[in-house]
Design a protein around this ligand. Structure first.
Ligand SMILES: Cc1ncc(COP(=O)(O)O)c(C=O)c1O
Length: 491
């Protein structure tokens, strides 16, 4: 039998002045804890010796109480696992007290208990397509090709000889060597103009967006948001009760003229200019300039979400919008979720110098700081060249996978899917013929083990034409080919 971890000491209370003897009080406490579900079937309980020691009493009453509980079938001993709550006890044993039953009736089911209203707007409908990691799962890197051996070596390096600074509270700005490495990387590869003092490490770029929302917006402030756009950004703005202004996206990116027409006085514009999520278009130079000049005139802020720009497969590398900004209006948001793996939960924001203190205070208020161990290992991964090597390998692999998907679509789905966007990223968007419900389609494909994300969930209002977002980075060429056939069968 699997060895269970040592039992935690439960908060047993004994009353020396009570008329009931100690062993009786003890066995009654355990009976109640088991029936209330506080101690679960199979859960290990402390040994008689440690419980007696903890309660500062002789072992005799503890032994008597345990014996009684064995006899009544509440406890059981398993070889190698010690004494546990009997597995035969049903999980739902909780007896409902009469008073409790009464109050439950008065609440159920028509009167849900009150929590903040904004939660309703944050709750996404069930997303069955996200329950599987089959072909086309959006945001899934090629995890099986991640250099796990090199990464574990770096983690071990820091775990084996942990420095004091890795074990104690760190700065809300993040681990300085990592911020320096990121500043260098962004300057070289993305033409971002910054130094390490402007970089704040966040727990994923979702928290970066959250920090931006809290630092820049008051309730009811207007935010231009690409439509279709990234639902994660919409959620972040929703948490500060901002008012979202959906702005159409065309082949040049967010339509700035239309945005001004819709709401001239927005405080913030959220954009993903390198590879718009989800349509995949690249914002044109003219639109970038138009947007920067609007922000300057309006005294507004631009949040640039540069989530997967490492993967461009054709043409020259694109500079960031932040690098073109001469009025310090852009907050640049980046992440390691795509280039490393999403569970790392490390992202960053690049903040104009005069805003750093305010942004750091907001970031501190969220979760103080991100895990220093991962930040330190990541710094070495970048500094020792593994990061650049990994990106190069993944870029070649994702291109191969993208080509396989495009060929599959051309061969089997040409009459059904219209691919949009540029040659970049880890996923592509494809429009469906009008009249096809993309949510129903994604539910259907999920049943076959493939994960297509409906395009319509990225729109503020149901669009005229639905579509699918197909991730290709996390599936092999063979899985992509098989996925295309399955998708065809669903259509
Ligand atoms: C547009 C966009 N921004 C950011 C992210 C990454 O979020 P995080 O860094 O929180 O994992 C994603 C991931 O799907 C995304 O699509």
């Amino acid at each position: 039998m699997k060895r269970l971890p040592k039992g935690f000491l439960p908060p047993v209370t004994l009353d020396a002045a009570h008329a009931a003897p100690m062993y009786d009080q003890l066995s009654e406490w355990f009976r109640r804890a088991i029936l209330d579900g506080r101690l679960r079937p199979g859960q290990r309980v402390p040994s008689t010796r440690s419980l007696a020691k903890e309660l500062n009493i002789s072992r005799v009453p503890v032994l008597s109480a345990y014996e009684q509980l064995y006899a009544e079938g509440y406890l059981q001993t398993f070889v190698g696992a010690g004494t546990c709550v009997a597995r035969s006890i049903p999980v739902e044993t909780k007896p409902v007290k009469p008073a409790q039953r009464e109050s439950q009736r008065s609440l159920a089911p028509s009167a849900p208990r009150r929590i903040a209203q904004r939660v309703a707007g944050l709750r996404a409908p069930p997303q069955t397509w996200a329950d599987n990691n089959g072909a086309f799962r959006v945001g899934l890197p090629a995890i099986d090709h991640f250099p796990t051996a090199a990464w574990s070596k770096l983690i071990h390096r820091h775990v084996r000889q942990p420095k004091l600074e890795h074990m104690i509270y760190g700065s809300p700005m993040g681990y300085l060597p990592l911020r320096e490495a990121i500043a260098e990387y962004l300057g070289t590869v993305r033409a971002v103009r910054c130094d390490a003092t402007q970089i704040i490490i966040t727990t994923g770029s979702q928290q970066g967006l959250q920090v931006c929302a809290h630092a820049l917006l008051e309730a009811k402030d207007r935010v231009w948001m690409e439509d279709p756009g990234y639902p994660g950004a919409r959620q972040a703005f929703h948490t500060v009760d901002a008012s979202i202004v959906p702005v159409p996206v065309d082949e040049e990116g967010l339509n700035v003229d239309e945005a001004v027409r819709l709401e001239r006085h927005a405080r913030v514009a959220y954009i993903s200019p390198s590879h718009q999520f989800p349509l995949g278009v690249t914002m044109s130079a003219a639109r970038r300039m138009q947007l920067l000049s609007w922000a300057s005139r309006a005294g507004a802020w631009i949040i640039e979400d540069d989530y997967d720009s490492e993967f461009r497969f054709g043409g020259r590398p694109l500079a960031s919008l932040q690098g073109m900004d001469t009025d310090d209006r852009v907050i640049y948001v980046g992440t390691f979720s795509k280039v490393m793996f999403p569970a790392l939960r490390v992202g960053y924001i690049v903040v104009p110098k005069d805003l750093v203190t305010g942004f750091a205070a907001v970031r501190d208020a969220f979760d103080t700081f991100s895990s220093t161990l991962y930040q330190a290992a990541l710094t070495d991964f970048i500094r020792e060249g593994q990061f650049a090597r990994h990106i190069r390998r993944m870029r070649a692999m994702y291109l191969e996978r993208r080509v396989a998907l495009l060929e599959g679509i051309a061969q089997h789905l040409d009459d059904k899917l219209e691919v949009v966007g540029t040659n970049a990223g880890m996923q592509l968007a494809a429009l469906l013929p009008s009249g096809i419900d993309d949510v129903a389609l994604s539910i259907k494909t999920a049943k076959l083990g493939i994960s297509t994300r409906p395009l319509s969930i990225c729109y503020a209002k149901p669009p005229k034409r639905g579509g699918v977002i197909l991730g290709y980075s996390g599936a092999s060429v063979a899985e992509i080919r098989d996925g295309v056939r399955k998708l065809r069968s669903c259509l």
